[in-house]
Design a protein around this ligand. Structure first.
Ligand SMILES: [Zn+2]
Length: 181
């Protein structure tokens, strides 16, 4: 038994090798996102308050592929991460929305159903985690009696197509409670 354990340890050490210490390795998406220490993007909401609605069904046979964070209309919406504003616009489903990339432009954060965008913000501006970017509302197709932030995390789409990336469930990476800086 002990002999087996020693053998196993030697094998593990050999796998690491000296090369692994010198060659920088690209972080996996999961490792990268873990290190971002993302903030729940609504003031006063804690990670344990979140309900996982990522896989919930939506009309037309779609899955939700995002998180709905319930809060009163006007509650402050905060940037989940440091990054840069890619787009501030309106669309039919999302209403008033924002797309923000992280500093490396590896991921995109989509904020929808905003009551208002923070006045003065514009595309190209940098934002910090916890910075006020808007307020919770019911614009777009949100039920009028259920104001919430629709928050989606996506990998950046090919060729910088930020609106077309692959959605990722943000729940495991939202480590900090919403707390405006
Ligand atoms: Zn939603």
């Amino acid at each position: 038994m002990r002999r087996l354990l020693v053998l196993a340890l030697v094998t593990i050490a050999a796998c690491g090798g000296p090369r692994a210490e010198t060659a920088p390795r690209t972080l996996s998406d999961a490792e990268y996102l873990q290190r971002r220490e993302l903030m729940v993007p609504v003031q006063g909401v804690r990670p344990k308050d979140l309900r996982d609605t990522f896989s919930a069904p939506r009309s037309g046979g779609r899955a939700h592929l995002a998180l709905d964070i319930l809060a009163k209309t006007g509650t402050r919406v905060l940037s989940a991460d440091d990054g840069v504003i890619l787009r501030i616009t309106k669309n039919e489903l999302g209403g008033k929305v924002m797309y923000i990339a992280d500093t490396q432009r590896r991921f995109v954060y989509y904020y929808a159903h905003l009551d208002e965008w923070k006045y003065g913000l514009k595309e190209g501006d940098t934002v910090k985690r916890g910075q006020l970017i808007g307020s919770v509302g019911t614009t777009g197709n949100a039920p009028k009696e259920t104001p919430h932030l629709h928050f989606q995390l996506m990998r950046m789409g090919a060729g910088g197509r930020y609106w077309n990336g692959t959605p990722i469930n943000p729940i495991p990476y939202l480590k900090r409670a919403g707390d405006e800086r």
